[in-house]
Ligand binder design. Sequence first.
Ligand code: ADP
Length: 491
Amino acid sequence: MTEPLRVLQVSAELFPLLKTGGLADVAGALPAALAAAGCEVRALLPGFPAIMAGVQQAEAVGQFTLPWGETVQVLAATLPASAARPGLRLYVLHAPGLYDRPGNPYEDAQRQPYADNHRRFAALGWGAAHLARGLDAAWQPQLVHGHDWHAGLAHACLRFSPGPRVPSVFTVHNLAYQGVFDAMRFADVGLPQEAWQVDGVEFYGQLSFMKAGLVYADRITTVSPTYAHEIQTPEQGFGLDGLLRARRDVLSGILNGVDETVWNPASDGLIVRHYDAAHRTGKARCKAALQEEAGLAVRRDAPLFAVVSRLTEQKGLNLVLDGIDTIVRGGGQLLVLGSGDHEIERAFAHAAQSRPGCVALRLGYDEAFAHRIFSGSDFTLVPSRFEPCGLTQMYGLLYGSVPLVRAVGGLADTVVDADLATLADHTATGIVFADFTDAAFRHAVRRALALYAQPRAWAQVQQTGMQQNLSWTQAAQRYRAVYDAALVAAA
Ligand code: ADP
């Protein structure tokens, strides 16, 4: 048998240790999926409080000094196995001065990015490079896989640190967050002057961590085929579309999977009743319980629309706000779980106050409640302005909460619009609309209400969605192929 390929995964989040969005779900699911594709993955993480608290058997394997003189201890640790998943070996950067802060890993209590974020994530990059160069004598990666801008600098650190070349792959989960810093920070991060150029980390006179990943990785991936195209256009390239077009031969879109050990209504320990595509009666119990818990009228016949989301501009929630009247007049209900932008929070709070029993809002982040929402709702709304992959529409599919989505990014790749043709050939899985306008969203809601009112068509769409194969198996094989290509490129 051939030896597994040793891969160091580098990210800022990893479910179940720390999660603010889809990145954590992906980082948490990939190692086990990649094991089946012949990889031995270890994950490198910053020592945020939640991560330090969640790991076991942490012991120091070495240390290194950052360009500004601070010393970081590298701990090897274990994320214990659970009933559902095997254990995972981790490296954690123990640097309390950088990471030991309560709350959100990226922002302070006023929701401002930490002023030293360039240092906090340069440390992650240098940690990856030191491990690739053999900091842990017992385990040396053959390839480094970085995720999003937090890990972007790792690719530059690898390229500019002495020693044999270790190939790397960089995955873009969201090009909108780029890790851009004032030019004067460049001196801090410890890269040689030659990295400060248009074909390096310089981005319109600033330092860009995202660009470091895009320039110096051997292969680039993003999280859906459609998004891989979109980011090569000026509309969605956030100033990096030219670079992405220039590197299109090494760029691929690999659709995220769903971790079915976590997201499966037939075995989910967080929901009220189990059910599956063939036996959906349990879902009615989940719905009644959810309506009760959320303070909505307990009505079986009222189509229940749900949003589980970061409340940001990206997610198109102004369309939902405008569409509330259409939902309520059509006999529907709306439940929102999320947190983020204060104005969006306030607008939903106002809507919930003025329509008690029909509209409900839960502010905050609540993993267990999210599971109960997918299990109890009829529709999952994801009307995003842009959406690299999107996970909630996939959870909606598997839980029979029919997704209503905009045809963009991974949403376009995962949901099939219900029309006469797709209903006839049983491929319909949701409602898809194109234009980012209030009118287009309202029309989509009306189509959703009409679908719900036709029990046979409704049941068919719901069931087809629940039967989708969204597992990580295929994606892991594709990542493995990208790894192999990176190894060849770097040889
Ligand atoms: P993004 O990464 O842009 O936030 P995704 O759809 O890819 O969007 O992933 C979002 C993940 O975060 C999903 O697992 C979703 O269930 C979860 N999530 C978002 N907001 C909340 C919340 N307020 N409470 C619980 N889970 C949430």
